[in-house]
Design a protein. Sequence first.
Length: 95
Amino acid sequence: MQYHHIAISEAHRTSNGDYKGYLEYTGEGNIVKQLFDIIANVDDGVVLFHCIGGKDRTGFLSMLLLLLANVDKWTIIENYIVSYDFIKERKKIKY
């Protein structure tokens, strides 16, 4: 098992707040390229990725992987909405 910690910051978000900047940034330290290199070179074919919130940056990577797997865009959108609803409900719970 290998462990990789790649911090995906808000640094490459575009000015309107979307994640297109992650795709447009081609300089050294390109996060999307790093992530796909790691996934492409996994020996046992199993990858787990996560983040604290789990909807924005993780959702973005999930979307890219699903698009590569030829999943239709409406299924991807529905998946994201379900995740959003679960996160919204979780925030209502007082620990």
